[in-house]
Ligand binder design. Structure first.
Ligand code: ATP
Length: 278
């Protein structure tokens, strides 16, 4: 397939695009990191975003979140062009985005409960009792025991820190969460449990998840689609079953190299034909 190949299947056309990145270019000085990159994220899906180290995954994430300048292209969130919003509208958009930074990035001097309340304090004006109640609900939602609420990050395991950070990302009931390598540093069981939690949130709350990851297990077990960043663009996108058929050398070695799983594409449930090489 070539660039002209439609990247959307008929099924995709029926789905709501929650994030549309179109022809986005980002450069630092004369170093171009992203060159007319396009990507759609659909409501209710878990998108795995992969690419070589230094390819620009964090740069794209930061650009989508409005933390990096872009030199060209457009970013639409919930159908709204982020270049055309007022400051007040930008705040409304930000409230619908949750972010889990790499390494959790909890405030070490705050308890789990206080960490979860940080976005509530920033964006909402609620009585303390209600904030406590909401924070407890989020803590329970991510599978932490109730007594974790009063603990500090230094008292938590790596897996608990990730869950607490996820609870904070969910504090304002976002429509989409951005997870930056959420399972890095977790043992395989902890990582699998975290993946299960993310899948549960998608299934029960209809949460949309944009997950930057190097974790092949996550890509195989919970991601509905995968997008591969290479040569400054989204090089390939589609379900994992499709990734296993792609002959592009980096993609092939990533998904079918020595460290990849030995998987029969026919055994995967998602549709091989729904992917595209750009
Ligand atoms: N603020 C900045 N100023 C200059 N260069 C930057 C800036 N931010 C990122 N870069 C450069 O952009 C490139 C892509 O970096 P980025 O962190 O997005 O890679 P990545 O794909 O997330 O890598 P990794 O998987 O290792 O986290 C790198 O060469 C980096 O040095």
């Amino acid at each position: 397939m070539d660039t002209a190949t439609a990247s959307h299947t008929l099924e995709d056309q029926d789905r709501e695009v929650i994030l549309a990145v179109r022809d986005v270019t980002v450069a630092f000085g004369d170093q171009v990191i992203l060159d007319r990159l396009s990507l759609d994220v659909y409501r209710g899906e878990i998108l795995g975003f992969v690419g070589a180290s230094g390819a620009g995954k964090s740069v794209l994430l930061r650009t989508v979140l409005g933390l990096n300048r872009k030199q060209g292209g457009s970013i639409n969130l919930f159908g709204v062009d982020t270049d055309k919003v007022t400051d007040a509208q930008r705040v409304q958009l930000d409230m619908r985005l949750g972010m889990l930074f790499q390494h959790g990035a909890l405030f070490s001097g705050l308890s789990v409960m206080e960490n979860v309340q940080v976005p509530m304090r920033e964006y909402l004006d609620l009585p303390k009792k209600l904030m406590d109640e909401l924070a407890r609900l989020k803590i329970e939602l991510v599978g932490l025991p109730a007594n974790a609420a009063n603990k500090f990050p230094s008292q938590l395991s790596g897996g608990m820190i990730k869950r607490a950070a996820l609870a904070r990302a969910l504090a304002l009931d976002p429509a989409i969460v951005f997870l930056d390598e959420p399972t890095s540093g977790l043992d395989p069981i902890g990582a699998a449990e975290f993946d299960e939690l993310v899948a549960k949130l998608r299934d029960t709350m209809g949460l949309t998840v944009y997950m930057v990851t190097h974790d092949l297990d996550s890509l195989f077990s919970v991601c509905d689609r995968v997008a591969v960043l290479g040569q400054k663009k989204v090089l390939v996108e589609g379900p994992i079953s499709y990734m296993l058929t792609v002959e592009e050398p980096w993609v092939k070695s990533y998904f079918r190299g020595k460290r990849a799983r030995q998987i029969d594409p026919a055994a995967l449930h998602n549709n091989v034909s729904a992917g595209a090489v750009r």
